[in-house]
Design a binder for this molecule. Structure first.
Ligand code: RET
Length: 307
């Protein structure tokens, strides 16, 4: 005799103990309500008919790869430790990005999710399954990519670790609550409540960039570069919640492929363009960027022979 765990997932013969992974799988199915297998999701995106969506993923894998190689090439002669940290932070943005888009491309971080009662996309179906295609991997991986954008920006501005880590903590909180907004299926009100909390965390970051770091960059001597990066970042970042609200997660005015292209274009601005603008400045190693040989050293006066 077989029994079915919560009516979801595989069946287990009596006598066979439930392993931790089986339980985790069952839990995952409940949270994500994913009725399609990974292979079916992959086929839905890449099996033809969804080329627009497929390209919005693949283009970013190519761009992230190009950016990683570009930084390695441009940064090959960097000597100052502070300039190097900025370059490494910039590279890590694309390292996360190539992984993020690989997750979306493989179908690993996609799910079909049924929207709660009253949601404009309620009752929609995707590939024969009730629900809408949710690219939840995007919200998850922003948790790991946005901190590196903020570390690079804060260091360009010449800020301190207290402020940099404050923005890092708030961006993690913003992304995790954004993920919660996308995955909440119990109530429409709760989806928007998560959205509101996430937006408040977002405003903390915007405040630090516009007020603290703008003033600090002027004093550091990186004011010109910072104002370009600030414009690209603040304008670009505001695009994400707007797109979320207009896309299938929110008011469902835009379809999934257009929403996905929207995010992919915003990613091009906030990640790769920001990276190259900063990188071309940093490789000149102007005095305002330099930290000196002892920078970040735990033993001042001792220069590690790592290069
Ligand atoms: C969400 C929805 C909830 C409200 C807010 C959001 C903001 C997202 C932002 C994302 C930025 C992402 C970047 C990624 C680069 O890798 C989660 C969409 C405020 C600002 C820059």
């Amino acid at each position: 005799m077989d029994y079915h765990l919560y009516g979801l997932g595989p069946t287990y013969p009596v006598g066979m103990s439930l392993t931790a992974s089986a339980l985790a799988f069952a839990g995952d199915s409940i949270v994500l309500e994913n009725g399609l297998t990974q292979a079916e999701l992959f086929d839905h995106v890449f099996g033809g008919g969804n080329d627009l969506l497929a390209w919005s993923f693949v283009i970013n894998i190519a761009l992230a790869g190009f950016t990683i190689l570009g930084i390695a090439y441009l940064g090959r002669n960097l000597t100052d430790p502070r300039a190097k940290i900025i370059a490494i932070s910039l590279m890590l943005i694309s390292v996360v990005s190539i992984s993020s888009y690989s997750g979306l491309t493989s179908g690993l971080t996609l799910s079909v999710i049924e929207m709660p009662a009253g949601h404009p996309a309620e009752g929609m179906t995707t590939a024969g399954e009730d629900g809408v295609l949710t690219m939840w991997g995007r919200y998850l991986t922003w948790t790991f990519s946005t901190p590196f954008i903020l570390i690079a920006l804060g260091m360009v501005a010449g800020s301190n670790w207290t402020k940099i880590l404050t923005t890092v903590a708030f961006t993690i909180a913003m992304c995790v609550t954004g993920l919660a907004a996308a995955l909440t299926t119990s109530s429409l009100l709760m989806r928007w409540w998560w959205f509101v909390i996430s937006s408040i965390f977002f405003l903390v970051i915007v405040y630090v960039i516009l007020v603290d770091w703008t003033a600090e960059a002027e004093a550091t001597g990186t004011g010109d570069l910072f104002s370009t990066l600030k414009l690209l970042t603040v304008v670009g970042w505001f695009g994400y919640p707007i797109l979320w609200a207009l896309g299938v997660e929110g008011f469902a005015v835009l379809d999934v492929a257009i929403t996905s292209w929207g995010y992919s274009i915003l990613d091009i601005i906030t990640k790769y363009i920001v990276t190259f603008v900063a990188m071309f400045y940093v490789i000149e190693e102007p005095e305002a960027i330099k930290g000196g040989d002892d920078y970040g050293s735990s033993l001042p006066g001792f220069t590690p022979a790592d290069d």
